[in-house]
Design a protein around this ligand. Structure first.
Ligand SMILES: *[C@@H]1O[C@H](CO)[C@@H](O)[C@H](O)[C@H]1NC(C)=O
Ligand SMILES: *[C@@H]1O[C@H](CO)[C@@H](O)[C@H](O)[C@H]1NC(C)=O
Ligand SMILES: CC(=O)N[C@H]1CO[C@H](CO)[C@@H](O)[C@@H]1O
Length: 327
């Protein structure tokens, strides 16, 4: 047998040491979270409450309670599918209530946690403004808001954004993320409540392209050190197995670089973020979708379009394969 040159063995030894060190470091600092709420199909009806409230963002919407939503088949569960949609049959009276839709909020609240949204379809269409987000609902903005996915009128790319009270900003550089920084001040009172957002780098993360692709997985991690958001399209080869198969635990440090990384360096996350509900809502027009409607290539005016074209909202639905919350 020909002895291998020393340098090659040395190289191997170094590699082994490096991976061992990496393993040990991860073992110490890496976060592993355990499955607490496995929300699939009909379990959404128990985990969430339907909020029949006025839209605080002035949308052309009528949020209905769970009973009404089930009667109108706006919310529907079967097997591993939970559908939440808007009314796509009714022409609205311009002086009557808005288009029937739902706003649902988890009964439980979460601080340190990971939430994985396995989503097949999201609402699309002119005038739509869907959102998946987290906030405490009482002490806004001082207890913070984390927008995981939000957009309007099918426009891409979309962003993940924090909104807080005063004194929370994000650094412009040194963030380990694949997305692009927007505004850096998270304070809801500045920049007209733009918040500190990070635009997703992928076009399939929102709207028609997301849907054509069979959707994908959004995940948010929140603890006192950081808030991170990931997105993997359905056909991505880099979906971590614990995400793809709904593991009993998830190890976020093995997930790769997130789309958005919000560190605590200039923001005491513990002070600015309280116990949050997870909220899923679908509104129309209103403060955001309505104000940029004209630049979206959509016909007519937003309110007229929503009133008169129920069939345009056939694709205005979420279809969740699962929501898994880990702590
Ligand atoms: C829907 O979600 C967004 C957060 O992304 C929020 O700003 C807006 O107020 C919500 N609308 C309603 C009616 O809850
Ligand atoms: C209710 O909606 C679901 C999901 O879109 C659909 O499969 C089902 O056929 C609908 N049921 C009725 C009675 O329309
Ligand atoms: C940060 C970012 O690119 N956000 C975009 C999300 O989508 C809306 C339109 O739907 C754009 O106006 C935002 O610029």
């Amino acid at each position: 047998m020909i002895p291998k040159p020393l340098s090659s063995n040395l190289f191997k030894a170094l590699l082994l040491t490096a991976s061992l060190t990496n393993f040990i470091i991860k073992g110490v600092h890496g976060a592993t979270y355990h499955l607490r709420d496995n929300i699939v199909g009909g379990a959404f009806f128990d985990a969430f409450e339907w909020q029949a409230i006025e839209d605080p963002t002035h949308g052309r919407v009528q949020y209905v309670d769970q009973r009404t939503a089930r009667n109108l088949n706006l919310t529907y569960a079967s097997g591993n599918s939970f559908v939440l949609r808007a009314d796509d049959r009714t022409v609205l009276n311009p002086s009557g209530p808005g288009r029937a839709s739902a706003r649902i909020r988890t009964k439980k609240t979460y601080s340190t946690h990971v939430a994985v949204f396995d989503l097949r379809h999201m609402p699309q269409g002119c005038g739509t403004w869907p959102a998946i987000w987290e906030t405490d609902g009482v002490n806004w903005p001082n207890a913070g808001e984390v927008d995981i996915v939000e957009g309007v009128n099918d426009q891409v790319p979309n962003a993940s954004t924090l909104h807080t009270g005063p004194g929370c900003t994000m650094p412009d550089s040194g963030r380990t993320q694949t997305g692009t920084n927007g505004q850096l001040d998270c304070d809801a009172a500045v920049n007209g409540n733009t918040g500190c957002g990070v635009a997703y780098p992928t076009l399939e993360s929102y709207g028609p392209l997301f849907n054509r692709n069979g959707g994908g997985w959004y995940a948010v991690e929140r603890n006192d050190e950081l808030i991170r958001v990931w997105f993997w399209p359905r056909n991505s080869e880099s979906v971590p197995p614990d995400v793809k198969y709904g593991g009993a635990t998830v190890a976020t440090d093995s997930w790769g670089v997130p789309a958005a990384h919000f560190p605590k360096t200039q923001c005491d996350l513990r002070r600015h973020f309280g116990d949050h509900n997870i909220i899923i809502n679908l509104t129309f027009c209103g403060d955001w979708a309505g104000s940029v409607y004209g630049q979206s290539g959509c016909p007519s005016t937003c309110v007229d379009f929503v009133n008169n074209n129920p069939a345009a909202f056939r694709e205005a639905y979420f279809d969740f394969a699962a929501l898994r919350v880990y702590q």
